[in-house]
Write a protein that binds this ligand. Structure first.
Ligand code: BGC
Length: 863
């Protein structure tokens, strides 16, 4: 029997199809339960009152399937549905529920809007009061449909007739603005009325011209203006159209936001706020003066590739404590990224100060780790009754907040923390019998949430919050299991390509902030620059998107070619500044690159690994000559690595855990060297009582290096260690996110004195990928999880684990528990996928889609 219908189709990696920037969007659907596999599909495209059907297409493809018709034109709407055939049934399934897609402005010539902002003189280096811009307009007939295409130089929040449009925060996000400025399309039909209307926008400095970067930051990175670019397109009942675009007829006025900055926080004077300002009644000719218009090449305006940043959760304070001096200390019980929303009433001029911090020290906020990020919001009351307020153009990383100046008694329902990040679909879950490991996993999830704020950042709290390439390079496998981050990372990798230097150098962080002394001129570094080769490959493996691999391939190739030139005929990359095994716990607090592992050993190992992955990518893309060339390069580099860094008896130069871990995990040793090297790695780990001795490079690799080479038990010892340094030590110290340093907080409760002491850095959380694959037991063995290995490898006294992943094909899940006679496992294989299951000590078996219950007692023993 053929089950009812496939899922509605999805477009590219987007949450919905409105305003799509791809003229021929690829389509993905999942099969109805019980289909098994797909023998054929048929797509139906409805556009312009006509429908077009592909007819039956004999194909098993169901993810990122090519658009089945002529490309969309700007603003064109289409409806898509699909039906499928299984190999066992004659007839097709029912059609899927139709999904709508609507192109945004695909042609630069579609844009009439120009940037508009304040015309008054500003001190380009001083504090600047953000502007608001507005425009009154009349619509002569009933409106059938209206779209707002909008972006800004700086940040914006836009309203029509006093009602906010959309719920996106920190729009338009951060891209390499001169090349790519993201805009978004909103359906605003319901915001408009026949007759008088008003559109108005709040503006903020954001990344465009705010102060950003280390040591006081750089101002005006992209420009000195703060402007809105908006185009409202109205279609009337009778089919005629009108456009209201930002132009010289708009007006500007300073708003009630007195100052605003991503690091600094925001000051809002509600005495200056007229709630009707963005309605036709809000026109006060004296206050509003003509805007200054600017320029922007419309060819640089791009549609989003992923979901926006928005508030995804509200958290009430766990405790509110009045401190002796009339301040309130709030503990939200969770280190998070977002901002406070307060509801407050008090006399005019009352000033509330909201400060934020991740940890406490001596009973008060520990703000030293924030460095120069002041993270303070200030609200001045108007005295006109209760007000609900939260800042607009800033975010803070905090668990604790301190409020000064609250009028009267603060009760816990008057303040809420609003969690903000890119609103990615959650796709991965893990749980096991060890509560500390569960909290570790939860901390990884929270650090991903806090640091995926439009782009993947290192940390969310101090004067940094940059797209560090090395951090995401090691974390991408974990990230792509936990959330659907394909669109976000594809967009960011596009910026990495834009920022790549002509010689192939990948900057340390993207977007680049010019002039940072330590990182200028930009020079290449291993593990960080390798994001160019490894992260597109990870995304291809996890999301099955070959086009993405193709798009970023020139960047990857230019990177490997550069390293090949740098290494020269020796094939050893042993020059230049390298960060090595960054934050090895043995490195001094003020020199995190000075770890135990030779930096050039790390650099050459990554060279081999990137060359290998470039070869794999080339093969995948049908570039056979390249595949061969880079595979031989990888072999040669591995051989050079062995000559230079492998001593007799498979000892590695420096004898550090990271050296062994990288050599094993990157496949750089001969088969004969593997076992003794792994034994030595195990010995090193145990000699230190199974505490961690690795940094950013070794930590993501060490458990695999051990487990795949006969030392699963030692990997578990490391995982379950609670003494510092270890993954669980922070958990025992009450951590609710992953720390930057193994000892960001020391056992005596004092903070690490290093200048970099973040409590929210995802890199060391990359071990979660091992939890998912090895403890839980789900691994993709073909791109997009089309083939899956279910291979739980219990140890460390863990008696059960449950892992689940929403693959592009649907749910994959494994829940195992140890019993008196072995193991039982509940396995779910997504429709359309194949699986091998290998339970401990048992021969692997092949399973098809659906739910299966397996018991080791019933299975054949492994040969
Ligand atoms: C960041 C890191 C980054 C490192 C490299 C730090 O300040 O927070 O996570 O990768 O610098 O130097």
């Amino acid at each position: 029997m053929l089950p009812p219908q496939p899922s509605p189709v999805r477009f590219e990696h987007l949450p919905d199809g409105l305003g799509i920037g791809v003229a021929s969007p690829r389509l993905t659907w999942t099969l109805p339960a019980g289909t098994g596999s797909q023998a054929a599909y048929e797509l139906e495209l409805g556009r312009g009152g006509r429908t077009h059907r592909t007819g039956r297409v004999d194909s098993a493809e169901q993810i990122l399937v090519p658009w089945p018709g002529a490309p969309l034109t700007s603003r064109e709407r289409a409806t898509v549905r699909v039906r499928v055939w299984s190999p066992d049934t004659a007839g097709p399934s029912r059609w899927s529920t139709p999904a709508d897609v609507e192109a945004g402005l695909l042609d630069p010539a579609d844009w009439q809007a120009v940037p508009v902002g304040a015309a008054w003189d500003e001190d380009p280096d001083g504090a600047r009061r953000p502007a608001r811009v507005r425009k009154d307009f009349r619509l002569g007939r009933p409106v059938a449909r209206a779209r707002l295409h909008v972006t800004a130089h700086g940040l914006y929040e836009i309203e029509i007739n006093g009602r906010r449009v959309g719920d996106e925060a920190l729009a338009p996000g951060w891209t390499v603005y001169p090349h790519r400025l993201r805009h978004r399309t909103h359906d605003v039909t319901g915001h408009l009325t026949e007759g008088a209307n008003t559109v108005g926008a709040w503006l903020g400095d954001g990344w465009y011209r705010g102060r950003y970067g280390f040591d006081g930051g750089t101002r005006n990175i992209y420009g000195t203006d703060q402007s809105l670019i908006a185009q409202l397109e109205v279609e009337y009942d009778d089919g005629t159209t009108d456009v209201v675009a930002t132009d010289a007829t708009w007006t500007a006025a300073p708003g009630p936001i007195l100052t605003s900055g991503l690091y600094e926080g925001e000051t809002f004077d509600s005495r200056l706020h007229d709630p009707a300002w963005a309605t036709p009644a809000g026109a006060r000719p004296g206050d509003w003066t003509p805007v200054r218009t600017g320029t922007r090449d419309p060819a640089t305006l791009v549609a989003p590739l992923g979901p926006p940043v928005r508030c995804t959760e509200e958290i009430a304070p766990a405790t509110v404590t009045r401190t002796g001096d009339g301040r309130y200390l709030l503990d939200f019980g969770q280190n998070l990224v977002g901002r406070l929303r307060v509801t407050v009433d008090g006399p005019a001029g009352t000033t509330l100060t909201l400060r934020h911090a991740e940890v406490l020290q001596d009973g008060g906020l520990a703000t030293r780790p924030l460095r120069e990020a002041v993270s303070t919001d200030t609200l001045i009351l108007s005295g006109e009754g209760p007000l609900t307020w939260e800042p607009r153009f800033t975010l803070h990383g905090f668990r604790y907040a301190e409020i000064t100046g609250w009028p009267g008694e603060l009760t816990d329902n008057q303040v809420v923390a609003r969690v903000h990040h890119t609103d990615m679909r959650r796709t991965g879950w893990f749980e096991c019998s060890d509560p500390l490991v569960n909290r570790l996993h939860e901390n990884v999830v929270w650090s991903m949430r806090g640091n995926f704020v439009d782009l993947p950042t290192d940390c969310p709290q101090r004067d940094e919050r940059l797209g560090w390439t090395g951090d995401i390079q090691v974390f991408a496998p974990t990230a792509s299991f936990l959330h659907d981050c394909a669109g976000l990372l594809d967009s960011w990798l596009t910026d990495v390509g834009v920022e790549q230097l002509p010689d192939g150098t990948i900057p340390w962080y993207v977007p680049v902030i010019p002039g940072e002394p330590m990182w200028t001129p930009i020079h290449p570094g291993a593990a960080w620059g390798d994001v160019a080769t490894l992260t597109p490959w990870t995304l291809f493996q996890r999301f099955g998107d070959r086009e993405l691999l193709r798009r970023h391939h020139p960047m990857a190739r230019a990177w490997v070619d550069l390293v090949e030139r740098l290494a020269g005929p020796t094939r050893l990359w042993d020059t230049g500044v390298q960060l090595g095994d960054w934050l090895d716990p043995a490195a001094p607090s003020d020199d995190p690159a000075a770890g135990r592992t030779d930096r050039y050993l790390v650099a050459t190992a990554y060279f081999a690994h990137s060359a290998r992955h470039l070869a794999l990518a080339a093969a995948e893309l049908g570039a056979d000559a390249d595949a061969e060339r880079y595979a031989s390069l990888a072999d040669e580099v591995a051989a050079a690595f062995r000559r230079r860094y492998v001593l007799p008896a498979a000892r590695l130069v420096g004898d550090s855990a990271t050296a062994y871990a990288i050599a094993l995990a990157f496949g750089l040793l001969t088969p004969e060297q593997r076992r003794p090297a792994a034994d030595r790695l195990a010995e090193i780990v145990l000699a230190d009582g199974a505490r961690i001795s690795t940094g950013f490079v070794g930590t993501p690799l060490i458990c695999d290096a051990l487990a795949d080479n006969g030392h699963l038990d030692v990997a578990y010892r490391l995982l379950l260690q609670t003494e510092c340094p270890s993954w669980l030590y922070p958990v025992t110290m009450g951590a609710t996110t992953i720390w930057e340093r193994w000892d960001s907080m020391r056992p005596d409760g004092t903070l690490n004195p290093g200048g970099m002491t973040s409590f929210n850095h995802y890199a060391l959380g990359a071990v979660a990928d091992w939890l998912h694959r090895v403890v839980g037991g789900i691994t993709a063995t073909a791109p997009g999880y089309r083939a899956i290995a279910f291979r739980p490898r219990p140890g460390g006294g863990i008696t059960w684990a449950r892992v689940r992943h929403e693959t592009p094909y649907g749910t994959a899940a494994l829940s195992w528990k140890l019993t008196a006679t072995g193991m039982t496992a509940d396995v779910t294989v997504p429709e359309g996928c194949t699986a091998t299951v290998e339970l401990p000590g048992r021969a692997p078996l092949t399973l098809g889609p659906g739910d299966h219950v397996l018991r080791t007692a019933d299975l054949e023993e492994a040969a």
